[in-house]
Every structure is written in structure tokens, then in C-alpha cells.
Ligand binder design. Structure first.
Ligand SMILES: [Zn+2]
Ligand SMILES: [Zn+2]
Length: 154
């Protein structure tokens, strides 16, 4: 995404649109995938020879749950995007692509879980405990991490 400073309204301007998911350069093997384009909703204004860009980014994320390994999708909204760029006569175009990529990658879930209270898999029989108990005798604290252990082995 490129902002052409001379074309910008001196009172600031709302800039909305999408960036292709390809700018993130995620590997197909990454556990967290972004589906569809990146939505941006920015407000841009030149203040004291600085271009200020603030606003939000929204992406749809598909991931495998770290506990139960089920695939799920969710939406990630980054509402505190803020950048300042020096604006000068020589530099009247600002490319925000790298900043958008950086911000989205930073906010992708590192330990995705399908639900905050996901019960995970039974470490003994592999049963998805969200579907109900399996009858094995294991303590709760072991259950929470069973899905994670599974993922590490792959
Ligand atoms: Zn889960
Ligand atoms: Zn079990």
C-alpha cells in the first residue's frame, strides 16, 4: 500500500481497502494461516512534516488448535496500528506494505486455541475431550497440554 503525500487531504484522510495476503509471505506449513485479504482502515495526515498513519487491520485466521488439534478459524483485529514517517520534498510516496506485514505477523496467535476453555485431547487415548469424557483416569492439568505435545512431535 502506497500513500502519495501530495494527494493527501491536508485535514487528513480516511484510507480503507485491502492488501493481498501474499505480502505476509507465510509458508504453507505455518500452523497459523491467513485467509483472504488484509483489511485496513487507516487515517492519514501530515502533521509538522511527518506523515502519521493510524488505524486498524483485520485478518481472517485459520489455525489448528494447540490443545485439541481441531482446525478452526477466527478473526484478528489490530486496532492500534500507528506509524510516523518523515515527509520531505524528495520523498512524496510512503510504502506501508512492510509495516502492514510486520504488524499482522506480530499479532498472529502464537499458541492458537479454538476456545479459551478447550479441553484438549486425552493423553492416553487421544479422544477429543470437547466431545465428552473418555473414561480414562488422568488429571486435568495433564489434559491441557496434550494437544501441544502432539503438535511438537509432528
Ligand atoms: Zn481446541
Ligand atoms: Zn482417554
Amino acid at each position: 500500500m502506497i500513500i502519495e503525500i501530495p494527494k493527501l487531504d491536508p485535514d487528513g484522510e480516511q484510507l480503507t481497502g485491502t492488501e493481498p495476503v501474499e505480502i505476509l509471505a507465510l509458508a504453507p506449513t505455518d500452523p497459523v494461516q491467513v485467509k483472504g485479504p488484509i483489511d485496513y482502515d487507516f487515517f492519514a495526515q501530515v502533521v509538522d512534516k511527518e506523515l502519521l498513519v493510524m488505524g486498524s487491520l483485520t485478518v481472517k485466521v485459520a489455525a489448528a488448535c494447540g490443545r485439541c488439534a481441531e482446525k478452526f478459524s477466527t478473526k484478528v483485529t489490530i486496532s492500534d496500528f500507528l506509524r510516523a514517517f518523515e515527509s520531505s520534498a524528495e520523498k512524496d510516496e510512503i510504502d506501508l506494505t512492510d509495516d502492514i506485514r510486520e504488524e499482522v505477523l506480530l499479532h498472529l496467535p502464537r499458541y492458537p486455541v479454538c476456545e479459551p476453555d478447550c479441553q484438549g485431547l486425552c493423553p492416553q487415548c487421544g479422544h477429543n475431550l470437547n466431545d465428552g469424557a473418555c473414561g480414562c483416569e488422568v488429571s486435568r492439568s495433564d489434559l491441557r497440554w496434550s494437544g501441544l505435545d502432539d503438535l511438537k512431535l509432528k
